[in-house]
Each structure stands twice: as structure tokens, then as C-alpha cells.
Design a protein around this ligand. Sequence first.
Ligand code: SF4
Length: 270
Amino acid sequence: MNSSLPFGNTSVCVNTIESLVDSEQAVSQANKGNVDQPEKRIQRFIEAIPELLDWLEDCGRSYPWRETTDPWEVYLAEILLQRTRGDAVEKIYSDVLQKFPDPDALARTSEGEIEDLVRSLGFVNHRTRTLADVGKIFTEEFNGEIPDSVEELKKPWRVGDYSARATQLFARGQPMALVDANFARVIGRILGYEMPSQPHKSDDVYALLEALTPDDPDIARSFNLAILDLGAMVCTPKNPDCQSCPVNSACDYYDSNRSGDDSSSKESPK
Ligand code: SF4
């Protein structure tokens, strides 16, 4: 097993982080989101990243798809995780892998059988159609292989940037930013960045996250997993647990609400 699994490299100093992020570009993008004192805010966040990675090492969630860098196993997990909690996916993940060890096996399976296997996750019609399309496209267009580009991974019905990018990042070690509602909420709060209503469709948000993602496979992995788990466990949509948050020293939302002056906050406390 790869020694960097499941969390990547979580033991990193500030100097290393500074050498791997594009702080100039991050400041420029932060300006576009009306971040107050963007240089200071970006620097404080960069300085808090080692603490965030320490927290991941201690508190990060263990899932079987975090213990593999097999592109098929990671890609399949990302499809099952669409709009679905990890705990629910974990219950059926090994059965799904056993039934579909590769795209050919998926292509040979009827939609009824796929449906039965993923029923417990909800969004059954949606997920069944996506999985059936994955089997068809990967066998017909890619000779049963897992394509190696974000655009090609997005070819099956309703597979978006997040699933494709997560596969390239977590399976193939390509440092890249992930953007979904959780990432947008966490980064938006930390920086005081005014997020658009559909952050995953915003080039500016991608540019900000790309600039902040460390340009190293193992640290990009740990950085993204840390934001992902922080959003699920601490920086939740309602009632974020700021007191126990590893990056509260760098967080605009925390500063604003702790001081009792939320006039600079870009989001009302929930
Ligand atoms: S301090 Fe609070 S708002 Fe800021 S990142 Fe942590 S949990 Fe989220």
C-alpha cells in the first residue's frame, strides 16, 4: 500500500506550503471576491494550513476509497458519493466493487441489477443511468480503460468536474482544486470571500482554489481531504463548531462573530 494513504502528507511546515502555493494569484482572486485585506487574509490561511493537516491526521475520516489509488475504484466511489453521505456509500462499496471490478463488468450488467445494488443510496434512476453510461462509454470509447483526463472522465451522463477532478487528484496524484458547496462554504467563511450562488461554475472560484492548492501530489491530497472533512465535521452549514476548529485563528467568519461585530461578515451566522 502507498505510504501516503489515506491522507497524503500531513506533516508539512509553513515554508513548504508557501513554496507550493501561488499566493500572488490567490490574493488577486481574493480581491475579486471582495475579501477584506486580502494579502493578510491569504497569508494567515497559508500559515494555518500545517495545523489543518495535523487535524486531518488526528481526526480525518477513514473510508476504503481513501486506501486506494486505483483510478476505477476511486472513480466509482466518487459517482456513488454524488449527493450521498460517505457512511451510506461505505455500506455497499465492497459489494459494488465485487460486482463491477472493471468497466466491462459494468457494461455487461442490466440496469435492473445496477438499480438493485445502489437502491439504498437514493437518487436511484439518476445513479443507475450514470453507471450504465460509464460502462458503455468506457468500454466502447476507451477499450475498457479508465480515461486519463478530466474532460474524458466527464463524458458519462451527469459526471461533473468534481468527480473527474477527484479521480485525477486522489488516484493519479495530479494536484488540482476541487469545488463543491462544502469547499465553497469553508473557504468562503475562512477568507470572507463572497461566493457566487453556483461556485462550481465559477472560473474565479476555481482560480482561487487552484492558487491555494499546494503543487505537490501528497500535499494536494491532504489539503483537499482536510477541507472536505472540515466541511463535513466542523464547518457544517449550520452551527459550525468554531471553538474546536483548527483554522479558527485564520478565519474571517470566526473573527467577525467572536468580536460581536458581524458587519464585515459576508455570511450571517446560522
Ligand atoms: S472557524 Fe468556524 S467558520 Fe471558520 S472554518 Fe472553522 S468552523 Fe468554519
